[in-house]
Design a protein around this ligand. Structure first.
Ligand code: TYD
Ligand code: MG
Length: 449
């Protein structure tokens, strides 16, 4: 084997060093120096001898490029396919990030057990027995899925060469280790080197690779930011571990839109695709209760009817408490201030608790009106009719603002049997007639009435 040359580079300013040190003497940043391979032997172990399978690229006119060949692999999971933009593109590298225990391994194992292609699931985290036990719960009869427990990339490539799988899953990138770098698995330089080996492999053999990536405390994928630039698609798997819903979204996608969203429910036998989330997010109840309001929100491109619950009670201690689950607490304070100023509600002496059902976090400003309605309803102890829903943003002066794609929201509300929707007076609605009543309001005062 030819000699491997490595050197140390500052990730901030690019200065090269002969050995590792804590601080970069050039830009004075700490902990930015990382080992990188600068020269490695020509022949990498995964290469086969027949060079015909390798793609050699040459310049082509845009009109000459054949896109029909870009056949996508059907993963037999409609949510996952849609988030990817209609299936997995050959030769693409997909990174799936998410908190520990959220179900990343379960999701990918489930896909591995379902697809009709020969698939290799490489795990550096669990033993073959552990995976088998999990697989038995999900789908015990699968013939195409091979399990390998290995962390050294050179060995993985050797096995790939023997097996010739059509899809590869790596659980996880942080456990991989390349011989070319001395630092331990999970370090920035290891992650970078292993990913670039995998990219080279994926592009040259047109085999798609799915990578699982851990995330750090602040929610970023562990490892260098460059990892996200290197791969074709970055998916995020999120949700509240104490709730059953999981959301899959694309943060970056070179082969599709980032607006699509996949929704799953965690069950005893794996993750179930949820094709009509709105029905589940609205809790069943007998009769009407005060403090509940339904918002017609959009998650990416998907309309979602979400139930908001508010509880307003007299503050027991001096400072009133405000707590929000699934909603930005600062925005809740802002909405309360608007209510106080514009609608004359003395909420300063009240505790306000807000909860979005299903453990989902909502950023869509269209939920504002439903929140205000829920708070008012709880404060007055007057229930809102359960077949009413809301979709509008609130401005600082208490004006009700229109939100985007109002038509889509109305259609979803209609589909689910709502009788009326409250929207902004300024919403641009097409002339067509709807079955449900549309109430147009322009000020909070109108809502109070
Ligand atoms: P896992 O896929 O191991 O999470 P990650 O790889 O993201 O760390 O999923 C862990 C959780 O999923 C675990 O707490 C148990 C739960 N689970 C189920 O509820 N049902 C199932 O069928 C499986 C396989 C797991
Ligand atoms: Mg796992």
């Amino acid at each position: 084997m030819a000699k491997i040359k490595t050197s140390f580079f500052c990730q901030n300013c690019g200065t090269q060093f002969a050995k590792w040190q804590g601080q970069c003497t050039s830009c004075k940043e700490w902990n930015t120096i990382v080992e990188e391979v600068i020269q490695k032997p020509e022949k990498t172990s995964w290469k086969t001898n027949d060079t015909k399978s390798l793609r050699i690229s040459k310049p082509l006119k845009v009109s000459e490029i054949d896109t029909s060949k870009e056949a996508r692999i059907d993963l037999r999971d409609s949510e996952f396919n849609r988030v990817l933009g209609g299936g997995m593109v050959k030769g693409s590298l997909i990174l799936l990030g998410g908190e520990p225990g959220i179900g990343k391994s379960t999701l990918l194992l489930q896909i591995a057990l379902r697809v009709k292609h020969k698939i290799l699931y490489v795990s550096g985290e669990e033993s073959q027995k552990q995976i088998k036990m999990r697989a038995e719960r999900i789908n015990p009869n699968s013939d195409n899925c091979y399990i390998l427990t290995e962390t050294k990339t050179q060995n993985i490539f050797k096995q790939i060469e023997n097996l010739q799988p059509e899809i590869i899953i790596i659980d996880s990138i942080q456990t991989l280790h390349s011989d070319y770098i001395e630092s331990s698995a999970g370090s920035i330089s290891q992650i970078k080197e292993c990913t670039s080996e995998l990219i080279k492999f994926a592009k040259e053999t047109a085999t798609p690779v799915l990578l699982i990536g851990h995330i750090t405390k602040d929610g970023n994928i562990a490892g260098p930011k460059i990892l996200e630039h290197m791969v074709d698609t970055v998916l995020q798997f999120e949700g509240d571990r104490n709730h059953v819903f999981r959301i899959l979204r694309a943060n970056k996608n070179r082969f599709g839109s980032t607006n699509e969203l996949g929704i799953y429910e965690m069950q005893g036998s794996g993750l179930r695709e949820v094709s009509n989330p709105s029905e589940i997010l609205i809790s069943e109840k007998d009769g009407e209760l005060s403090g509940n309001a339904v918002a017609a929100t959009l998650e990416g491109l998907r309309p979602l009817m979400i139930e908001v619950q508010a509880l307003v009670s007299t503050a027991v201690y001096g400072t009133p408490q405000r707590s929000a689950t699934g909603f930005n607490a600062k925005r809740l304070n802002m909405l309360l201030a608007i209510l106080e100023k514009r609608a004359g509600f003395r909420l300063g002496a009240k505790d306000v608790f807000l909860n979005i059902t299903g453990g989902i976090t909502v950023d869509d400003p269209a939920i504002d009106l439903a929140i205000i309605a829920a708070i008012l309803s709880s404060n007055e102890d007057v229930p809102i009719q359960s077949d009413y829903c809301f979709a509008a943003e609130i401005g600082l002066s208490g004006e009700i603002r229109p939100v985007q794609r109002i038509e889509q929201r109305i259609l979803e509300a209609e589909k689910l049997g709502f009788k009326a929707i409250f929207v902004s007076k300024y919403s641009k609605l097409p002339e067509s007639s709807y079955q449900l009543g549309i109430h147009k309001i322009s000020k909070i005062e109108d809502l109070v009435e």
